[in-house]
Write a protein that binds this ligand. Structure first.
Ligand SMILES: *Cc1c(COP(=O)(O)O)cnc(C)c1O
Length: 397
């Protein structure tokens, strides 16, 4: 009988007590809509926007209903209209191609490299061949590409960068926070991300015009003056007439839950990284497992971990999923022909025109992924890493 891990990979920590108390106060007030305020009251959403702006180090911040909505609003605020080509990663989560599709854009998929980052040589080729003026860059699974080189390439080609920071809230490249490189940063506060309000998201930018357009797009009616981290009224002169209302406002209840969590975020990032290091060390020591390199210039947030088994066949990869499951370890395999519980492989996005990505396909064929929720102890992480090693050996023998 194999040793087993008995924890749940989908179990996040409880919402902290201070956040629960703040949520109860909102419920007792009855004022859940962000603009339903009494005289002199700023409201939880406006306060959260100002606090997140300060933490992120951006000029403006808008709170919205989801990370996916932040991405859609970002595309519209950048002027993407139906038929426009939008570059994005060949390996990301479905909300990214979904946002492009929702605004009528045509996703142009860029290859990734063996460390799951955007292939910048392929990016250059695809900028040239597609004529796209926008890149929606997904920092998939927390891995930042060489952001200095990426920004040089995009600036030279006049390509606007929107960063999908769903997995990099708090991560940095060369000391700069992810989200502060491109024109817009988009974040998610969905349960499996770095702060948990069930659903939710942020859009950050230093551009007053974009902030104004995004705010009107989020459905601010003409109440944008009540935002906590928006631009001056003058920035709204055109946006207020030109931008459609997409009703994606964050509500006071979620904001109340998030504000205390933001205070704990730096501490939680350190806790994720301790767990990541425990698993990473064990995976690196295994002779068949190829770990993902974290570049020295990246400050990673290890809320999930990936590894490859370059010598495994598809049958062995499938066998590994079940050998790991026998040990209570829930692995995701990105090479499966059918999407299970998530869709990160481009052939499953049939709404996107089929594209040839041989390098990405080869990498995804033996790529595995695992969440590292903070509900796991370091001892849990050590056991899990051990069990993965055992399962790999069992399949390989
Ligand atoms: C979660 C996620 C998003 C946004 O997701 P929502 O569920 O809409 O908040 C965007 N990109 C990636 C890579 C994600 O994992």
């Amino acid at each position: 009988m194999a040793r087993r891990f008995t924890g749940a990979f989908t179990q996040q920590e409880a919402i902290p007590g201070d956040a629960i108390a703040a949520a109860v106060a909102v419920l007792q007030s009855g004022r859940l809509h962000r603009y339903n305020l009494t005289t002199g009251e700023a409201g939880e959403v406006a306060l959260l926007e100002a606090e997140y702006r300060d933490w992120q180090g951006s000029d403006y911040c808008l709170a919205v209903t989801s990370g996916g909505q932040a991405l859609q609003i970002a595309l519209r605020a950048c002027g993407v209209t139906p038929g426009d080509a939008v570059l994005t990663n060949g390996f990301t989560l479905a909300p990214v191609p979904g946002a492009i599709q929702a605004v009528g854009g045509k996703a142009v998929l860029v290859e990734i490299d063996e460390n799951l980052r955007l292939d910048l040589d392929d990016l250059k080729v695809k900028i040239g061949s597609s004529g796209a003026r926008v890149l929606m860059l997904s920092h998939m699974r927390g891995h930042l590409c060489d952001m200095d080189r990426l920004m040089t390439i995009c600036s030279a080609a006049n390509v606007t960068v929107i960063e999908d920071c769903a997995h990099t809230m708090g991560a940095r490249w060369n000391g700069t926070r992810s989200g502060n490189f491109g024109k817009i940063g988009c974040f998610s506060t969905q349960t499996y991300k770095h702060m948990n309000s069930g659903e939710g998201g942020f859009l950050t930018t230093d551009d007053a015009g974009i902030a104004a357009r995004a705010t009107i797009l989020s459905g601010s009616y003409m109440l944008y003056g009540r935002h906590g981290a928006g631009p001056d009224a003058a920035a709204y002169e055109d946006a207020r007439y030109e931008m459609p209302n997409c009703s994606a406002r964050m509500d006071a209840l979620r904001a109340a839950i998030l504000r205390p969590q933001l205070k704990h975020l730096d501490k939680n990032i350190a806790r994720w990284n301790v767990r990541y290091a425990v698993v990473e060390r064990a995976l690196k020591a295994h002779n068949r497992i190829a770990a993902i390199d974290l570049p020295a210039r990246e400050t990673h947030v290890g809320s999930s971990i990936q590894f490859r088994l370059p010598e495994f066949t598809a049958a062995q990869c499938r066998a590994l999923i079940s050998c790991a499951a026998d040990r209570g370890v829930e692995l995701k395999w990105f090479g499966a022909p059918e999407p299970v519980g998530f869709t990160s492989a481009h052939p499953s996005w049939r709404y996107v025109a089929a594209q040839d990505l041989p390098q990405t396909d080869r990498i995804l064929a033996t790529l595995f992924d695992m969440r590292l929720p903070l509900s796991f102890s370091e001892a849990d992480c050590a056991l899990i890493a051990d069990l993965i090693g055992e399962a790999v050996n069992e399949v390989a023998k």
